[in-house]
Every structure is written in C-alpha cells, then in structure tokens.
Ligand binder design. Structure first.
Ligand SMILES: Nc1ncnc2c1ncn2[C@@H]1O[C@H](COP(=O)(O)OP(=O)(O)O)[C@@H](O)[C@H]1O
Ligand SMILES: [Mg+2]
Length: 262
C-alpha cells in the first residue's frame, strides 16, 4: 500500500529562496527511507511539510484516508487540504523525532513518554498527571521496547543523549504512528550510541509496520539502515533507489557543493 505520495512539492521563502523545487516521491508502507543531501538541500523542509509544521507553497501530499478514518476505504486524501481537526489527527499519526530530542528534561522519563499520547497541544493533562492505568501500561510497554524500563522514574535529564533520544522514540510510539519522520536523529550522538538508537528505531518500525523517513548525517549509516535512499540536491530529488545503487560517483554528485541558484 502506498502510504505517502508527494507530487510537485515546492516551498519558497520570500520571492527568491526556492528550497523545494518540485519533489515527487512515492513511499510504500513499511519502507525505511534514508534522506541524504548537503546542509541546506531541503531535507528538514521536506520532512516538516509532511506533518505540516511547514506549509508548502504548492504541490500535493497524499495519504490513505484510512489513516484518519479506520472505516474509510483505500481512497487517498491531500493532507494539505485537511481541516484543523484532521490536521491534529495527522500530527498524531505522523510522529516526529528531532536531532535535539525535544524532551522535557525536568519531567520523568515515563511522563515524557506519556505526553506522547496527548498530541502536541494538551500539556494541561500532562501537568495534572491525569493518566489512566491503561495509558501507564502502554507507556511501560513502550519504554521496555526502547530498553528504558529501568529508567522510567528517573528525571529525563539524568539520561545520556542516546537514552534521551530513545525516550523520544518511546513517546512517539504512544501516538501509534503510521509514519515516523526523523530529522537527523543521531547527528549529536557518537557512532556507538547512534547505532543503538538506529537499531531500536528500525526494529520498532519493522515490528509495527511503521514507515520511516530518516535524514542521516553519514553515508555509512544511511547505507546500512535504509532500504531505499533519496538524495536531495538544491531542493530536487537527485537520486532515488536502493542503497546498492548509490555508487561513489552518484554520491559525489549529491554532495557536490553547487551554490544555490535562484
Ligand atoms: N524559515 C525560513 N526562512 C528562510 N529560509 C529558510 C527557512 N527555513 C529554511 N530556509 C532555507 O532553506 C534551505 C534548506 O533548509 P533545510 O530544509 O533546513 O535544509 P537541510 O535540512 O537539508 O539542511 C536553507 O538554505 C535554509 O536557509
Ligand atoms: Mg536539516
């Protein structure tokens, strides 16, 4: 099943900064997609358009309607045309993981994970700690899945960087996402911790049939973890294929530093 179909996606800032310049991309459910490209190529902008943290200038992004409505048939819907309530649902179903973890350091690990079940806005419930027994049970299950059950009641800032990113993965799992967007999730971690985090991310995605779009810092990591690699260059897709087709000469071209022409 196609989980995501992007057509002619463009994003400009102002009149002269054309960041995405006609992205076409079709992603099947369960794919673990690596996104590569020089800094400034448009990786973060692309990922942020998919959960509507950024509004693109033009184009379409289709997802199956069943993502928003379990009763729906296989028809697809342009998520750029969703109403406010549907957008909230979209953000629940499309989890996001950031380079800087974005967890609440003064809260406990389990509270951070529990807050994932709330969506982006409702911090009130979180402050009042109104979590049901069932929510707590799910949080503990997800903490076990990311290997942090023993740390559940520690303050989040007592954990190492790699562990904090695993908290973020656990929190995302509370949303039962269909897609996870991970924007340089291991760029601030050393190679050993990166590997632990990516192993966990890949495993939970595989177990739950979650589709992942992950921008990664190094080619070695991308080649090792991604089923399929998309290379962005100046806001366009320059390469799209399996890791084995990403030859050295293609890599050289993806990473060739061409000054942005607008
Ligand atoms: N809010 C913004 N206003 C103006 N330019 C922006 C904004 N956000 C991103 N850009 C520009 O878009 C380009 C691509 O950014 P980004 O998507 O962050 O690339 P990447 O994640 O691949 O490094 C950069 O040149 C950046 O300066
Ligand atoms: Mg970026």
């Amino acid at each position: 099943m196609t989980i995501l179909e992007i057509r002619e996606l463009r994003k400009s800032f102002g009149l002269s900064t054309h960041v995405l310049r006609g992205i076409n991309l079709k992603v099947e459910q369960g794919e673990f997609l690596g996104v590569i490209g020089l800094s400034g190529a448009g990786k973060s902008t692309l990922l942020r358009c998919i959960n509507r943290l950024i509004d693109p200038t033009s184009g379409e992004i289709y997802m199956p309607r069943s993502v928003f409505d379990p009763q729906a048939d296989g028809a697809k819907i342009d998520i750029l045309k969703l109403n406010r309530g549907e957008t909230r649902l979209l953000r629940r179903k499309v989890g996001m993981i950031f380079q800087q973890f974005n967890i609440v350091k003064r809260l406990s690990v389990i509270e951070n994970v529990l807050s994932g079940g709330l969506g982006y806005q409702s911090s009130l419930k979180s402050c009042l700690r109104l979590f049901s027994r069932e929510e707590r049970r799910r949080a503990l299950v997800n903490l076990r899945r990311v290997g942090l059950l023993d740390h559940a009641y520690k303050r989040a800032d007592e954990l190492s960087g790699g562990e904090q990113q695993r908290v973020a993965i656990g929190r995302t799992l509370m949303q039962s996402p269909v897609i996870i967007l991970a924007d340089e999730p291991v760029s601030s971690l050393d190679p050993k911790l990166s590997r632990v985090v990516l192993d966990i991310l890949k495993r939970v995605c595989l177990e739950d049939g979650i589709t992942a779009l992950v921008s990664l810092h190094t080619l070695e990591q991308t080649r090792e973890y991604a089923d399929r690699i998309v290379g962005l260059k100046q806001g366009q897709i320059f390469f799209d294929g399996p890791a084995k087709d990403l030859t050295d000469s293609v890599v050289e071209k993806v990473y060739q530093d061409v000054r942005m022409k607008t």
